[in-house]
Design a protein around this ligand. Structure first.
Ligand code: MOS
Length: 747
């Protein structure tokens, strides 16, 4: 039987919007518990060395101070789980180093003490009274300092991604090329900076721990804290009802939730531990500084014969982490000869982490800038060059794409942007003193599936309303809204009669929503659960001698507006509510579970897109302004065009920030980040934001998940910085192989 799609595809307003704009939304740091105390972290002031002494006497005498925890008195962690990306549904510590275990300092900002007091201000004051003495040792904190000591790891991402990948023979591919380009791209480090800094409130009830945590995955927090504390996971409940943005910094689970739990156990009271803005630069990972080198060979028609892509980046002393920059860039074009290699530098920083469009945004900047260069050198239109290298299979496996739409993205994006107006000659468009440039780039982001079953539950009440539940928090993506829509269609109910509940480990398990996987995997679980519930209700009706549907073939029953009917035309049937009333059932419930199909491993799965940008450069003042951006994307089924557009638009604006603004630098003399506030770390504001247009290209995907959802969270950023840099080249004739491109560069 089929129910018509009514709610999916509608631009439904956010179900949590009103709460968010009226102050009704309670975030993790808003939690108030009886007898609650406040913890603050004290961070190391040196990047490398050891603590020789900690004098907490003054702090301990300060008013209201309950405890000072250091490596000298904190109970040791029970175990350190390995670093596994949170999507895997296992413990997911952001790094395999847990602080306050010994006197060694690995990076500036590493927690060296936790101060607990009866108010936040008293905790902060006492934190400032702690005297830590260090024996400092030489540090490496920048790529340049560590360049000569770089090593090739066997794998990055905890073994999920090999350090080296090859196909064909890149040397012979380069030898047969008629054009070769060898270019190196440099990138400043980036920090996430969601509006809500990370925070955890911990409360013990006997041996049962409850954490209110700002996280992308309550299960990831639960499993990680349980492993660190030596608890069985069911003894840890994690609640995360509202999360004020994340962009990846709340994907992995850092030290502070476990430290809050340890502090709460120590003082015998609930404890809140909220990071301040400065600590957000040293406590939740970052996008690493990096260098990428592309060596590309092509024939005279622009067809790639070889692609070599090497990345060099600093990681921590404990983990082989690099954001996976060599994925989409090695996959999006047909190129028989390929070599991708990661090289790492042990540095005195924390382990870097996911940051929006992790890896792909930086990798595609390098590739798509080089492709633009190739187009320019060969006198081929940049869109045409990409069409010539189009691949209808995943070149890494030879598997077909589960769905593609890339060619339509080029065509529709170019059309909407007005690409045909572009004179290919650099410096040929002007607007007064402004040099105008048009640039474009391809975009792609993988469709990741979870490693374990995703679960949801649906319950229909006798008043005809329904609730669907899954553990996932909504960290700003709109997942609560779209899951309400998914449930409404599966149950045949109007969206107003459905409600989504998430953000709690007492609900059915969902892996952390990372890597743009949320909408696909959660909709699969919710759809499965709600469909099973509907089928159960229909089965109940046809078995009920008092039902007008008694004896009907369940497969012929349709449901509209909460009414089960033999056919929508005659209306013969009854409402869910009548059925439940008559049977003395206050509610009926069903669970559902979903895992990616085995079949999906035989396909390449990616959300494709194309980015177009117009920039205006004032060469006298060094100012670059992005005037327009157009992005065309083919994300499979669009559950809600309003939230999808917002995600894609946000990603494109992130690309603008990446291209022109976002940067953090290490002061190598002190081993400290130069930017540690939103005043120093620039992100696009309204005045920077141009007209951003999003074109949604319809493609059906029957492989990825039941509803064919490929994800929109990150692809909007991929290629956006390259489109802007390519537009800067078109405007000025100058190619900048660095991010961000700043005023100093343009002068
Ligand atoms: Mo996303 S940066 O992979 O959480």
């Amino acid at each position: 039987m089929s129910t018509p799609t009514l709610a999916i595809g509608q631009p439904t307003d956010r179900v949590d919007g009103r709460h968010k704009v009226t102050g009704g939304a309670h975030y993790s740091a808003d939690v108030l518990l009886v007898g609650m105390a406040y913890a603050v972290l004290v961070g190391a002031r040196v990047p490398s060395g050891r603590i020789t002494a900690i004098d907490a006497s003054e702090a301990l005498q300060a008013e209201g101070v309950l405890s000072v925890l250091t490596h000298e008195n904190l109970p040791k962690a029970a175990g350190q789980p390995p670093l596994i990306p949170s999507l895997a549904g296992m413990p997911a510590p952001g790094q395999t180093f847990f602080p306050l275990q010994d006197e060694v300092v690995h990076y500036t900002g590493q927690p060296v003490a936790v101060v607990v007091a009866d108010t936040l201000e008293r905790a902060q004051h006492a934190g400032a009274l702690i005297r830590v003495s260090y024996e400092e040792t030489p540090s490496v904190t920048t790529l340049d300092q560590g360049r000569d000591e770089a090593y090739e790891p066997e794998a990055i991402f905890a073994g999920f991604i090999p350090g080296r990948s090859e196909r064909g023979d890149v040397e012979s591919g380069l030898a047969q090329a008629e054009v070769r380009i060898d270019a190196t791209y440099t990138y400043a480090a980036n920090n996430h900076n969601p509006i809500e800094p990370s925070a955890t409130t911990a409360a013990w009830d006997g041996d049962q721990l409850t954490l209110y945590d700002a996280t992308q995955g309550v299960t990831a927090t639960q499993l990680t804290v349980a492993a660190l504390l030596g608890l069985t996971p069911s003894k840890v409940r994690v609640v995360s009802h509202y999360v004020g943005g994340s962009f990846g910094c709340k994907a992995m689970i850092w030290a502070h939730p476990a430290l809050a739990a340890l502090a709460a156990r120590q003082v015998g009271r609930p404890v809140k531990l909220a990071l301040n803005r400065e600590q957000m630069f040293t406590s939740v990972g970052h996008r690493e500084e990096q260098e990428q080198r592309i060596t590309l060979g092509a024939d005279k028609e622009g067809r790639l014969t070889a692609l070599r892509h090497h990345k060099l980046s600093p990681t921590s002393h404990f983990d082989d982490w690099a954001e996976p920059s060599l994925g989409v860039a090695g996959q999006i074009y047909a190129c028989p000869n390929y070599e991708g290699v990661y090289r790492l530098i042990r540095a005195n920083t924390m382990t870097p982490t996911f940051m929006r469009a992790p890896g792909e945004a930086s990798g595609m900047f390098a590739l798509e800038s080089t492709m633009d260069d190739l187009a320019h050198r060969l006198g081929i239109d940049p869109v045409e060059l990409r069409l010539r290298n189009y691949s209808d299979t995943d070149p890494t496996t030879g598997n077909p794409w589960s769905s593609c739409g890339l060619k339509e993205c080029y065509a529709r994006g170019a059309e909407r942007f007005g690409w045909h107006r572009r004179n290919p000659e650099p410096r040929s468009h002007r607007d007064g003193r402004w040099l105008i440039g048009y640039g474009m780039a391809a975009a792609g982001y993988p469709v990741y599936g979870p490693n374990n079953p995703q679960r949801a539950r649906a319950r229909l009440y006798s008043d005809g309303t329904a609730v669907v539940q899954a553990a996932t928090p909504d960290f700003g993506t709109g997942v609560a809204t779209v899951m309400t829509q998914v449930a409404a269609d599966a149950l045949g109910l109007p969206v107003e009669r459905c409600r989504f509940e998430g953000g709690d480990t007492t609900l059915p398990t969902i892996a952390a929503a990372v890597g743009s996987s949320g909408a696909g995997m959660i909709s699969a679980a919710v759809h499965t659960a709600a469909t099973r519930l509907r089928d159960q209700l229909i089965a109940l009706a046809v078995a009920d001698t008092q039902s007008p549907l008694h004896g009907a073939d369940p497969g012929t029953v349709v449901v509209r507006d909460g009414r089960m009917m033999l056919s929508a035309d005659t209306g013969t049937g009854e409402s869910y509510g009548d059925l439940l009333h008559r049977n003395f059932l206050p509610d009926v419930e069903a669970g559902g579970s979903w895992s990616p199909s085995a079949e999906s491993t035989r396909y390449g799965m990616m959300t494709f897109g194309a980015q177009f940008a117009e920039v205006a450069v004032d060469p006298g003042l060094g100012i670059a302004r992005v005037r327009r951006m157009v992005g065309a994307f083919a994300p499979g089924r669009v559950l809600n065009p309003k939230t999808a557009r917002s995600q894609l638009m946000g990603g494109m604006l992130w690309g603008l920030g990446q291209a022109l603004l976002e940067a953090n630098y290490m002061d190598a003399r002190r081993g400290r980040w130069v930017a540690s506030s939103l005043g120093d770390y620039l992100v696009p504001v309204h005045a920077d934001a141009p007209s951003v247009e999003v074109e949604l290209v319809d493609v059906a995907d029957e492989i990825v998940n039941p509803l064919g959802v490929k994800g929109v969270g990150e692809v909007g950023q991929v290629g956006a910085a390259a489109a802007i840099a390519n537009a800067v080249h078109h405007a000025t004739g100058r190619r900048f192989r660095k991010l961000p491109i700043t005023l100093e560069d343009l002068l």
